[in-house]
Design a binder for this molecule. Structure first.
Ligand code: FES
Length: 571
């Protein structure tokens, strides 16, 4: 493929006025003429932003990628896209995942790039970039920003999952408000994304297990010099990928998706994985449905002892052998011949890996926990499915019936949760409505509602909670999420009333509202669709086109791909 004409030559290879314009303005950045000689042009899609602190070190990573691209004879060009900072964006970063995917797709297609490196880190920056790139389908390689080093506070290790514990301790007076604030700086003490197996780490594992990154991308800490080495090597490799014409669709096969689901189970990955992988599959044209997550998770135990399902941190996973070592443990289960960006199979990439610490990466025969993965529950309360993560739940609550305590929306929850008069006990099931894709809008990460203070003080640490929203990947508890259809579009969730009995049986995959069909019909007739669509702007577009959670919450018109061809040329 050495002598092929790359798509960038449709710009830089042109003669006359057009070619002059395409090249001349690039030369104002100090670009030597030989950069336009037909060599692969590599876009570096950067989500750096000071408002996305997890990606705050991406300028350095981009420089390392550029070095690698130049070493391999390519022409690196860095470009920004909208960045999604999980901690700051309101109403929720998820609202903008699809918008960023549009930004990425159009930025790649509209510009003279032959291959692209995606710099991803904080939660939504990964799926949004991969989704957008899938809809163009040129050679693409993903680099994750890497996890923070674990925090230290009062002699103990801490990470994002401790926020929920600190919050509960603060409410109960176990720590002072001053201590609560002091712990902040001790937790996020280095560059990088959350140090536990939250959504960002889950996404980094996802891209490595899909074959979209070089080995070890998932767990090298952001502060470790080897993260820069990986970036430089990725820069070299993407040039080769362009020459070998290894497009995304050649890597993202059905087998790659099945591998990602199996590995996600073994690491105790975030429930957000479901919604993002479904959306990515929809862009690249692979048939994948919500039941596949349950099917391919079954029988996969939890191998990684990493928070929130375990005790350790992402850096411990790296020191223990990293993701390749964990994948090697799964070689009897996964599709070992699935190809990856370095041209080798996932089996070849892990063949020589070793586990250095069995307390962090266990064996299939003697796993850290026997139950893992994503369980999909269905019933009249979620005809299209809802998800639960057993490894983060209390085993005794995975089969439970209780009376519903209903919150109509997140504001209602905040207003009443600590009301001393609230009728609730440890056996109750907390139900939160109208936090789904269309209703919130953007499917808020509020599904792991904090328990009422009076129950916390009584020593209750977990209860069954059900909603049409999502949960932070760093969260934990017996939390049923992504109920589909959501309440705002008239799902049965909208009809639940205080005192109704709900049965959850994760073992039998059941989520049932124990109310007769006749009674539900009466309630359905009394239920009215509230006008929730914003009058203008992106939110209007999102709400009128977003699909339900079991389909990945992409917008209906964004599914599939338009390829890399530019259909009109005004020059
Ligand atoms: Fe960015 Fe957790 S807040 S990864």
């Amino acid at each position: 493929m050495e002598n092929q004409k790359y798509r960038s030559q449709n710009w830089f290879g042109k003669k006359g006025k057009d070619g002059f314009i395409y090249r001349a303005w690039m030369k104002n950045q100090g670009t030597p003429p030989d950069m336009f000689d037909g060599r692969p042009v590599i876009g570096i899609c950067n989500t750096w932003s000071e408002l996305t602190p997890c990606n705050g070190h991406f300028k350095e990573l981009a420089e390392a990628v550029k070095k690698g691209v130049l070493e391999a004879g390519g022409f690196p060009v860095e470009f920004p896209v909208m960045s999604l900072g999980e901690t700051l964006m309101k109403p929720t970063a998820m609202l903008y995942r699809n918008l960023v995917s549009m930004d990425v797709e159009e930025s790649i297609r509209a510009n003279p790039v032959d291959g692209v490196v995606l710099l991803c880190g904080c939660d939504k920056t990964t799926p949004s970039l991969v989704m957008g790139a899938c809809s163009v389908n040129i050679p693409t390689l993903v680099i994750s920003g890497g996890p923070m080093l674990k925090g230290h506070w009062k002699g103990r290790d801490i990470g994002t999952s401790d926020i929920w514990r600190f919050d509960a301790d603060n409410k109960m007076g176990k720590i002072t408000p001053e201590e609560f604030v002091a712990s902040e700086a001790c937790m996020a003490r280095t560059q990088g994304h959350c140090a536990v197996m939250g959504t960002a780490s889950t996404m980094a594992v996802m891209v490595e297990s899909l074959g979209l990154s070089l080995p070890d991308n998932a767990s090298i800490p952001a502060a470790d010099a080897r993260r820069k080495v990986l970036s430089q090597l990725s820069g070299r490799r993407i040039v080769e990928m362009v020459k070998e014409d290894i497009t995304l669709s050649k890597i993202l096969t059905r087998e790659a998706f099945e591998n990602a689901i199996m590995v996600n189970a073994a690491i105790g990955g975030s429930t957000n994985f479901v919604i993002h992988l479904l959306a990515i599959a929809g862009r690249i044209g692979i048939e994948l449905n919500i039941d596949d997550f349950d099917k391919f998770s079954q029988g996969i135990p939890l191998l990684a002892n990493v928070q929130p399902s375990g005790e350790n941190y992402m850096e411990d996973l790296y020191y223990s052998g990293g993701l390749p070592a964990l994948i090697k443990e799964m070689s009897s289960l996964i599709h070992n011949d699935a190809i990856t960006v370095n041209g080798k199979s996932i089996g070849e990439n892990s063949a020589t890996s070793e586990v250095y610490n069995r307390k962090v990466i266990s064996t299939l025969q003697d796993p850290f926990k026997p139950d893992s993965g994503i369980v999909v529950v269905k019933g009249n309360l979620a005809p299209n499915g809802a998800v639960i993560k057993p490894s983060a739940a209390s085993p005794e609550l995975l089969k439970h019936s209780g009376k519903a305590v209903v919150f109509e929306n997140i504001e209602d929850y905040h207003a009443r949760i600590d009301d001393p008069e609230l009728e609730i006990d440890a056996s109750s099931i907390m139900v939160l409505k109208n936090v789904g894709p269309k209703g919130y809008p953007g499917m808020a990460e509020v599904g792991n509602m904090a328990l009422p203070k009076k129950l916390l003080l009584a020593g209750v640490s977990d209860m069954v909670r059900i909603s049409d929203g999502r949960m932070s990947g760093t969260g934990f508890g017996t939390v049923v999420l992504h109920v589909s259809p959501e309440a705002a579009v008239g799902g049965v969730l909208a009809l639940v009333q205080n005192g109704d009995i709900i049965t959850l049986d994760a073992y039998k995959r059941i989520l049932q509202l124990e109310v007769s069909e006749e009674e539900l019909d009466i309630r359905r007739k009394a239920w009215t669709l509230k006008e929730i669509i914003h009058p203008r702007g992106y939110v209007h577009l999102y709400q009128t086109h977003v699909e339900q959670a079991h389909l990945g919450a992409d917008m209906d018109f964004l599914k599939g791909a338009s390829g890399s061809k530019v259909t009109r040329d005004s020059h």
